[in-house]
Design a protein around this ligand. Sequence first.
Ligand code: ADP
Length: 683
Amino acid sequence: MTFVQDTARSQYSFLQGGGEMGELTRAFNWEETSLGPPSEWPQSLCTALGIILHSAFPMFLLWGEDFICFYNDAYRPSLGINGKHPAVGKKGREVWKEIWDFSGRLWENVMNTGEQCWFEDQLVPIYRNGQLEDVYWTFSYSPVYGDSGQVDGVFVTCTETTEKVRNVNALVESERRFQNLIREAPLGIVVLSGREMIVQVANKAYGALINRDYQDVLGKPVFDLVPETERTFRGIIEQVMRTGNTTYYEAFPYYILVADEQRNGYLDLVYQPYREDDGEISGVMILCQDVTEQVTSRMQLQRSEQRIRSLIENAPFPIGVYTGREMTISLANQAIIDIWGKGPDVTGKRYCEVLPELATQTVFEQLDEVYTRGTPFNAVNQHLKLMKNGELRSYYFNYTFTPLYDSGGQVYGVMNTAADVTEQVLALKKVERSEAELLETKQRLETELLAGQQLQQQKDDFIGIASHELKTPLATLKGSMQLLSRRVRDIEGLEKVENLIRLSNNSINKLSHLLEELLNDTKISEGQLQLKKSSFKVSEIIDDCRRMVDIIGSHQLDPLGDLETTVFADKQRIEQALINLVNNAMKYAPQSKSIQIQVEHTGSETTISVQDQGPGIPAEKLPHLFKRYYRVDTGGIQFSGLGLGLFIVSEIIQRHQGRLGVESTIDQGSRFWFTIPAGDGTG
Ligand code: ADP
């Protein structure tokens, strides 16, 4: 490009002034263009150029078929720092290559048709500052008529609005974001205006709260939408409108109707007056947060806490709850208050403050360990001393310390259950003492029993030896007496001696009987009473017995019943048993002349009984009669005997698997009986 200083050209009035662009336009070598030197330019161009160069408004002119470019200083900045400028004198198609498809076409259209066009904030990216930039323009393209009346140029007035468009876009974007924010906010937002309380703004969360699509509620009076809430909320809104005071509510109960069903909930609410620029209150903005879940669960928690509290308070056994490591008593039922004996005013105090006497009794350490380690502690029959009415008293307790965990798994306190077992422990100790005493007594008795048994054994041994040793001399004595009796019988005048011999014989018989009993007893106690069973008729032993009674002569034996019954038994022993009973009848019933022997045979057993009409035996003595050495005190009258006769009878009958018994009536007599089981000796 060449610039020629043409003083002549500077003379043109339309080229005067015009700042930098005036300068550049004047200096340009127009001869090389299709326009030729300015002196040849048509008037219309000169006029238009004069207007452009002297205008403070950005203007551009494209002239002629080459769309030769002219522009003024005001337009200059739109071309950027480097790039297109200076474009004066250049062909439009070259300068505006990048927008020719858009602007060039429009320019051609203006040239061809003379129709102007106007654009506002139109994006026309141009190459400037070394790059293609998005540039917004508000511009008009209008025809410039040449001297011939044809359209020879396109007059461009334009303002770059990039900055404005960006600002507007930013504003729109921010508004959009703001709207989004409101729309998507988890908090219900609604703005009501005027006395009708028309919904101006509402977001999704608000729509959900009133069970409507949030877009459908816009422009409608809010209480037409949810008339059921009017009674509760209209007054509040009106008051905020009237006073202009922001108002807050927490956990405010409300309900709406959904398909005629009442849906209850709780809201945290903020009512904020909505003011116009002049400060006038035109509406109310309401922020509402649905806190139904929180409130319900809090209420449930409170209810369950209340239930637990009343459960603990009414529990029949002592319970206390201590919180924090310092063990603040947060709950203590009457039972534990009674145990502590420090009065009812314990809640809120520290455990160690209420029970300082436990400081030296390891309880505080136990509690602290449960709290810090989170493991429960149990104590059984624990001895503790508690201060009651100024006196340190002993108690025994079973108690537990159980850690209490919060929802985060942290120990927040300790629950204490206890049972006062003082009475039981003391009773147990008493029982233990008694048991020890009992054991001691038992051992002493056992020792005494052993000594008694040893004594008995010694006695038995002595009796056994003595009776055995006495047997031979007694038999010799008996034989000698019989011999003597026979000799004396034949000698005259020895009646007195004969009498003495008879008395001696009686004594010898008694002595033999006693000796017999002693020998039998020894046999029994040594387990040597062997049975030699055989079949015999009961009458045989009764006959022997009668002979004995007849010899003695004091009584009469009267046998009755099935005397010919045969039994299978040890004849000698059964006869001995019968003789013992008959002997007793004669001894203890001396007045009773008749002694009846009754034999009864039933098929399964044979019963033999001996009945006298003697003095009888007191009922309370009867159970003991068959015991070894047992004798009934007969009240003064002395009867010889060892208390072995009935014992021997019972031993003999037992060995025969028989039964024996006695019935007796005072002053009427006694009946002793025994049975021998039936048997023929084959079975
Ligand atoms: P003993 O005759 O050697 O004392 P027993 O064992 O034969 O011992 O008798 C025990 C006691 O039973 C006798 O002491 C006596 O008091 C009482 N007794 C036995 N038979 C009769 C009876 N027929 N009538 C009254 N008492 C009897």
